[in-house]
Design a binder for this molecule. Sequence first.
Ligand code: LMR
Length: 344
Amino acid sequence: MGKIALIGAAGQIGTPLSLLCKSSDLFDEISLYDIVHVPGIATDLMHIDTRAKVNGYLPDDGGLKKALTGADIVVVTAGIARKPGMTRDGELWTSTNAGIIRDIFVEVAETCPNAISCVVTNPVNSTVPVAAETLRKAGVFEPTRLFGVTTLDVVRASTFTAHALGGNADPKHYKVPVIGGHSGATILPLYSQAEPAVDLSDEELAQVINREIPDGICDIYILTAWAGVQFGGDEIVKSKQGAGSATTCMAYAGFRFVKALVTAQGGLPVSEEAYIYLPGVPGGKEIATQLGVDYFAVKVEIGQNGASKALPLGSLSGAEQKLLGIALSDLKANIATGVSFMGA
Ligand code: LMR
């Protein structure tokens, strides 16, 4: 039990995430921050019969500082959502959200530098480097406590695998590691390491990489286990027709990651994939040297104080090796965008 601060709580990810946090009974205190509506959302949540005290803070009167004070975990979902036609590395979108992340992390650095911070705001491949550089400039960057949340890719990999296999397959039964980044080709599901082994032909998997997303979502589930995961976000953007991007499934995934952190803080180590600054996490330096990037999503062992170990990639199939090459070249550009936004 402790305090979680949800920054961007009036947004379409932040609000369902706040409901999941309040209904979970995992926290004594939940603080919500946003530029509108959060006092009302907090009052609404306070009618739920769990112990957490919920407060909503607006920017006036040092609201962000108040929300962050004493937080053990900070989850940032603030920012603008993707619209049709925007890629996750679109320039305007990136710089708008990068600016929001920088301003929030200036306050995190000052108010709760020891909290575990989770960045959901897209484009994660670039916003995590912005958060890291902001903390570094303030002299408080601790890489083991900064995570880019890529859990939705892992959730999608389980879901789409079950759908592709058909029948009554339970998505939770399939564990597919997903590494790399959190946009398009940088997302790399490792079907060769699926547990239990997944019986999809090479064609079924390989066909999907650059395929245009078909209109019917059923088609995509059957045809494309890989593209489903890499372009799952695009499928939702397209389907919402201008009304935004993933919200409820992202809140679900964000909460799954938060639950893992709380479990670890309670003394039971867990492991989850997350996008981290590799050189600052035990085991990560070797992976950074192997791949030639500093930021990458890998399976991370998480303990009471955050990331305790970045786990090696394991063996990749020939097709996955090729995809890794593509992922790395896109990812390098995305990381450079975040780092140069901060003038580093
Ligand atoms: C997703 O994966 O669905 C989210 O990151 C939202 C997006 O813009 O793709």
